[in-house]
Design a protein around this ligand. Structure first.
Ligand SMILES: Nc1ncnc2c1ncn2[C@@H]1O[C@H](COP(=O)(O)OP(=O)(O)OP(=O)(O)O)[C@@H](O)[C@H]1O
Ligand SMILES: [Mg+2]
Length: 329
């Protein structure tokens, strides 16, 4: 597959972010992180309150990167087959026909993922890791890219099934879109609604790349972004330090280290650099690691948050300094 040169790719990335920001009001850093996750073919868990624009963001983002999107509302009675698909008996021809479920898309919006029971969650989580699904014995590959944007409500509620830690690990990032940062942003949301003359402007948004263009951007990260050993050392030290932290019962997994590596490379491309710098790693360390850290019960009860622990680890570890020059030379 062809790739873009880094400068060309970075221009496209900026255009993608600009185009999404024409619709979704919010921080550009968040949009950069979302794009970085998508370039790494990573899944994102959004933990947020209702009505903050998550669905809108997912839809417009998918459209701008030329991808097809489907949405599944998770409910207590949702069955695995309603995500994956099922064999349906066709009386007319006396045969079974495979009816594919919504998982056969590029960007799957899984709303309120913690409202479905574990069996249904597991069906999706298997697809997320293996990029294939098995429907009644038949294994089918999913479309590339396959990116899950899942949401869950942070309020503890009855009748929810919190994702087990093992399954949280499959998300590249846990992010939060958060409330509008200012009254001006809040006002922008209203103004845009008046301009759009409808609730959902997504169909009118023009994609920046088509599907093959997006796959090419993904490929460019793999082919063009250099990672120095110093950066690998920095990543492994961060990950290993989460395991040694006194308030931590279970630290970040090696998959957490890979998540950091992939996200940092994507960010380098977005920033128009053909090598990773420590800041690329730092920028996403909390997003990539905090949801993989399980605190000691006592500390969790005292209100310590995994995000704080990862933040502390980042501050404790010396940031490599010699790299930029070496990689650039
Ligand atoms: N940051 C934002 N930028 C633009 N529009 C927004 C923003 N936040 C909310 N909206 C608008 O508010 C409405 C609700 O947004 P949306 O449905 O995307 O929220 P949600 O986070 O998916 O909520 P829920 O958790 O209930 O599914 C939409 O009409 C959307 O256009
Ligand atoms: Mg929604």
């Amino acid at each position: 597959m062809e790739t873009y040169d880094v400068e060309e790719a970075s221009v496209l990335c900026e255009q993608i972010i600009d185009r999404v920001a024409e619709v979704y009001v919010g921080s550009r850093i968040l949009l950069r992180k979302l794009l970085a996750a998508a370039l790494a073919n990573g899944h994102v868990l959004f933990e947020d309150y209702p009505g903050l624009g998550k669905t809108l963001l997912a839809k417009v983002f998918a459209r701008v990167i030329g991808c097809d999107t489907k949405r599944v509302q998770f409910t207590p009675d949702l069955l695995p087959a309603e995500i994956l698909g099922t064999q349906v008996w066709r009386q007319r021809d006396s045969t079974f026909e495979l009816v594919k479920g919504p998982v056969f898309t590029h960007v799957l919006l899984a709303d309120e993922i913690n409202r479905a029971p574990p069996k249904t969650q597991a069906a999706l989580l298997e697809a997320m890791e293996e990029f294939q699904v098995t429907i009644e014995g038949e294994t089918l590959p999913l479309h590339a890219p396959f990116i899950v944007l899942a949401t869950q409500n942070p309020i503890e509620q009855e009748g929810t099934y919190p994702l087990p830690e093992a399954q949280l690990d499959r998300f590249l990032f846990k992010l939060s879109v958060g409330y509008p940062a200012s009254q001006e942003q809040e006002n922008d949301i209203l103004l845009r609604r008046i301009q759009w003359r409808k609730d959902d402007p997504t169909p009118d948004v023009k994609p920046v790349v088509d599907l093959s263009g997006f796959l090419r951007l993904q490929r460019s990260v793999e082919v063009s972004i250099y990672v120095d050993q110093v950066i690998l050392d920095y990543i492994t030290e961060l990950v290993r330090s989460t395991r040694k932290h006194p308030k931590v019962a279970v630290g970040a997994s090696p998959r957490g280290g890979l998540a950091l590596l992939k996200a940092a490379r994507s960010l380098a491309l977005i920033h128009g650099r053909d090598f990773v710098v420590p800041d690329d790693v730092k920028m996403v360390a909390v997003d990539a690691l905090a949801h993989r850290v399980i605190l000691n019960i006592e500390d969790a009860l005292e209100g310590v948050k995994p995000e704080e622990v990862v933040d502390e680890v980042i501050r404790q570890i010396a940031v490599p300094t010699e790299l930029g020059r070496r990689a650039a030379s």
